[in-house]
Structure formats: C-alpha cells, structure tokens
Design a protein around this ligand. Structure first.
Ligand code: PLP
Length: 378
C-alpha cells in the first residue's frame, strides 16, 4: 500500500480489499477494509467523518511537549524523569490513586484485552454498541448477550439488568453511546452500575464523556471505591485529539487493576510511548484547549443536526462528536456512494434498521457535508 493515495486509488483499493477479503463495502468500517480506508482520509479533498476524531488537533502545549520529548526519543520512557510519575499524575487528575490506574495504548487496547480476562461467563452489552470488546469476546468463543437499544436509541438499562445473572462475567456499557450518540442520565446509570455489579463486573466506556455539559457529565469513576466491580475505560483520543498517539486507561478498584496489570498487560507498561505520554500530560494541563474543542464541536454539531432535521432526516439528538441518523429508504450503498462524493462516513444495517453515522468535523466540513446530503435521497 503506498503511503499516500488519492481518492480514486482509495476507492479502488478499498473495493479490491473488500472483494479480496470476501467483505462487502457498505459499512466502510464494520469489516477489515476499515483499516485500509481510514488512514487516507485527507487525500484529495476527502472529508473524513468516519472515525469520530477531533478535527482541531492537539493542544499547542502538547505539541511543544512532543517536540521537547523528541530530543529524548532514544531513551526508554522510564528514563524520562518527567514521565516517571505519569501514572501518578493521571491518577491525581482523576482523583484516584496510582494502584487504581492502568495505562494502555489507546482504550482500544484495553477493550481488546478485557475479554481475555473476563472469559469465564457471558458478556452483557447493547446492540448496536462500540465493537472492539464484544467482537473480541465473540472471537474468543464467549457468549455475548446483546440487548437492543430503546426506540429512542438509548441503552435499555432495565432490559440489560435483567440479563445480568451469576453467570455474567462482564457488562460493557458505553456512555455516551457509540454509534447512537445518546446518553442515559447519571442517576440511572449509577443505579444500574450498583445493581449490576452485585453480580458481575461493569465496565463503563466514557470515551466521549468530556463532550457533555453539567449535569450530564458525571463520570462513574465516583463508584469505583465503594463498588469494586465497577470500572471506567477512558481515552485521550477524543477531547484531547490524540487518536494517533494511542493513550488510554482503565481506572478501577486496585483489586481489579492489579490482576489485569499482572496477567494481561506488560507489567512495566513499556508499551507506552514516551512521546505520547509527554503530550498527554501537557494536554491535561490545558483545559482551555479542551474547552475550545468542545465548543467548536457543539456549534458544528448543532448546525448539522438542525440542517438534517430541516431535510426531514430523523437524526438522533447527539451528546457526542458524531451524529446518527436513519436512512431507511436508501436503496444503494450509502457509505460507498457518499465516498464517491468525497464524504467518508459509516453506514450499516443494525437490528434497528439502516443507519448512518457521521463524525462532527469542522463547521466548513459540515457545511460541505450538508450540501452533499441535499443531493442524495435518504
Ligand atoms: C466508545 C469508544 N471507546 C473506545 C474507542 C477507542 O478509542 P482509542 O482506542 O483511540 O482510545 C472509541 C473510538 O472511536 C470509541 O468510540
């Protein structure tokens, strides 16, 4: 694969790869072709709304930290004096102690490894939800109970709770949810976590929590001390715009983090890049930049939401940096057709019908997206 491709090559390569792997192109991301396509989003004017990235880039302070760390790139990360206490600083930021923190190469690494730890009983989760953890559990032969979202595309907490029994090893819940972009209230989620954790571990994926406003922006981290089976999975990929730097974490009770670290992760956590950790630390200290990202995202999201509504598209109210909308009458392959028009997004058939998901790009990108949407019949 060349290091740079134009849009035509991208389409050609994506189709070839899809055919070669016996996959269909429609979902553009629900199969292995995703990895091939998503890397080339900037090619030839393509607007990449496929991966819920933050289009505003990393904080200038994080950029400075990265550049400074480059001079030390030949050193192992444990030889960086300023990084020796990375975990401690991350813990302090979240108001927990070091023994409660596991740092991972993006939260994706944690989501891929957790089912290897919780492999004794069934997994309870939603459908649709973010795929890495349930897909890995299935691949490992684990029973996965997938509870459909409610009619308004929210987690059906009572129905999920009913599925949690003594044979359940893990409950995975994403709040805010991906791909549906909805939330459940902190009070109902708290109650759910407390009840479900009487029988099983409950992992709450809070990748998008930083896009929420009060009073919705309560993290379930508040539960970990008193409810040792509740844990939270987080990432620097979204509000911190560090998807390419690969920093994530799991925070939970020390009684969970210890065996995870000892059995399934490299104990010294040498997998983590010193450059990425330097940038992450600097970004944590730049709340102003996060605020700017959040505000710009909200403005572009609200514009897009209302523009889609005006076109009679029944888009779901989003609490994230992406929008989820039904395309029940679309005859062809929506994502592939949009790609032909320079818009890279996802579409798929879920149990609740045919849907598309578009990340919120910059205001300019969203205006172009809306212009294209006006040309297609959904
Ligand atoms: C809900 C959710 N969790 C986790 C991730 C993985 O993020 P990363 O591996 O970049 O930390 C994503 C990425 O889109 C996501 O949507």
């Amino acid at each position: 694969m060349p290091s740079f491709v134009n849009r035509r090559d991208l389409l050609k390569f994506g189709s070839m790869a899809a055919i070669g792997m016996g996959l269909r192109l429609p979902s553009l991301g629900m199969g292995n072709e995703e990895g091939i396509l998503r890397n080339y989003g900037a090619a030839d004017g393509l607007i990449n709304l496929s991966s819920n990235e933050n289009p505003y880039g990393i904080s200038p302070k994080a950029r400075e930290a990265l550049l400074a760390a480059l001079g030390e790139a030949h050193r192992y990360q444990y030889n960086h004096t300023n990084l020796k206490d990375f975990k401690k600083q991350l813990a302090a930021h979240y108001g927990v102690n070091e023994e409660q923190v596991l740092v991972t190469a993006g939260s994706g690494e944690a989501l891929g490894l957790l089912p290897r730890h919780f492999n004794k009983g069934k997994l309870v989760t939603a459908n649709p939800t973010f795929g890495i953890l349930p897909a890995t559990a299935k691949m490992l032969g684990q029973k996965v109970v997938e509870v459909p979202l409610t009619i308004d595309q929210k987690h059906d907490l009572p129905a999920m709770l009913k599925e949690v029994d003594d044979d359940t090893s893990l409950v995975y819940i994403c709040n805010p949810a991906n791909p549906s972009s909805t939330i459940v209230s902190p009070a109902s989620l708290k109650n759910f976590c407390i009840e479900a954790s009487k029988k099983a571990y409950v992992g709450v994926d809070e990748a998008y929590v930083d896009f929420l406003d009060a009073p919705d922006n309560e993290s379930m981290l508040q539960l970990i001390e008193r409810h040792p089976k509740v844990f939270v999975i987080g990432t620097f990929s979204k509000i911190h715009a560090m998807a390419g730097l690969r920093i994530g974490w799991v925070i939970g009770h020390a009684s969970l983090i210890k065996p995870l670290a000892e059995n399934y992760f490299i104990r010294t956590q040498m997998a983590m890049s010193a450059l990425s950790m330097s940038a992450a630390l600097a970004s944590l200290k730049d709340p102003g930049w996060q605020k700017l990202s959040k505000e710009k995202n909200a403005a572009a999201r609200d514009y897009t939401y209302h523009a889609l509504k005006a076109m009679k598209i029944d888009v779901v109210k989003s609490y994230t940096n992406f929008l989820f909308f039904p395309i029940p009458n679309y005859k062809g392959d929506f994502a592939a057709d949009m790609l032909q028009k320079n818009i890279f997004l996802r579409s798929s058939n879920y149990i609740n019908g045919k849907w598309a998901r578009a990340s919120v790009g910059t205001m300019d990108e969203m205006k172009q997206f809306i212009e294209v949407m006006k040309q297609v019949q959904v």
